[in-house]
Design a binder for this molecule. Structure first.
Ligand SMILES: Cc1cc2nc3c(=O)[nH]c(=O)nc-3n(C[C@H](O)[C@H](O)[C@H](O)COP(=O)(O)OP(=O)(O)OC[C@H]3O[C@@H](n4cnc5c(N)ncnc54)[C@H](O)[C@@H]3O)c2cc1C
Length: 246
């Protein structure tokens, strides 16, 4: 049997993916994965490659879902560069590689991650901080709250399940979090928009994250209230019908 040069030398997609993982990603081990409710997992990653890393709150990591070409993005809540440990709060919303990965985690499992890399930097924002988001933003809120305990941070989250999310924010000590159940007609966003507008009046800055459509609507409302663009930071964490945003 003859084989062309190309067929012999071309790496298989799996082989190429593994080579990229070794070259570009940090290997880590799952130290623990604690379920909070059905869908949240508080995950501690650890490993020598996580030591000595420079991380600032708001940055992201991308975790390989078995291949360097399929990653899902998460926000470290904290990062102990001395011990080589970082924690994320993962929300397994439903079907998808990220949710499957979160539900499968057990101590000792291995994974590979890219980052930390820039995503949101709230440090330059003036005044009290208002963090809007959803289940995917609670980890970010924890990181920002820990960054400057003297700073006033109010969190507003739209969530699918109030009871489950309440247990999470209580467990993580986000005492100033206001939770709203997502309504199919988006009516909850009118209530949230009104609350944000009143906070704009007292000089707050805004970090809008989570669902793209909700961010768009709330940002529009703040602009109508003449809140300066430099007081608003936005980052969509997911959008209906799109997969694996980073
Ligand atoms: C910078 C950044 C930081 C992030 N940080 C976190 C974090 O700390 N914790 C966390 O849990 N997530 C975080 N996310 C969001 C997470 O990466 C996405 O939710 C991701 O799509 C989940 O992957 P999946 O494989 O489960 O779903 P995918 O395969 O990506 O998506 C499948 C379908 O589900 C929908 N979908 C995706 N996310 C949600 C959701 N939350 N609720 C309802 N439907 C959804 C999509 O629209 C798509 O139609 C972050 C995203 C970004 C960009």
């Amino acid at each position: 049997m003859t084989m062309s040069i190309d067929a012999r030398t071309k790496p298989s997609p799996g082989g190429l993916g593994q080579a990229l993982i070794r070259l570009m990603m940090r290997p880590a081990r799952i130290a623990s994965s604690q379920p909070i409710g059905d869908r949240f997992r508080l995950v501690t990653l650890e490993g020598a490659a996580l030591k000595g890393v420079s991380w600032t709150p708001g940055q992201k990591i991308q975790i390989a879902m078995g291949s360097a070409f399929v990653t899902r993005t998460y926000t470290p809540m904290d990062w102990d560069a001395g011990q080589g440990r970082a924690r994320i709060l993962g929300y397994a919303h439903g079907e998808g590689p990220g949710g499957d990965w979160l539900r499968s985690l057990a101590p000792g499992a291995q994974c590979d991650l890219f980052g930390p890399r820039a995503s949101l930097n709230a440090a330059p924002l003036a005044g009290p901080l208002v963090v809007f988001g959803d289940e995917t933003s609670i980890g970010l809120a924890c990181a920002l709250a820990a960054q400057d305990p003297a700073r006033s941070i109010s969190c507003v989250f739209e969530v699918a399940d109030l009871g489950e999310a309440e247990a999470v924010v209580e467990r993580l000590g986000l005492s100033k979090a206001a939770l709203f159940r997502k309504a199919a007609d988006e009516a909850h966003l009118d209530t949230i928009g009104a609350a944000l507008s009143s906070l704009a009046g007292v000089g707050a800055s805004f970090v809008l994250t989570g669902r793209a459509a909700a961010i768009q609507k709330l940002r529009h409302g703040l602009k109508r209230r003449a809140v300066e663009p430099r007081r608003i930071l936005t980052k969509a964490y997911w959008a209906q019908g799109k997969t694996g945003l980073d």
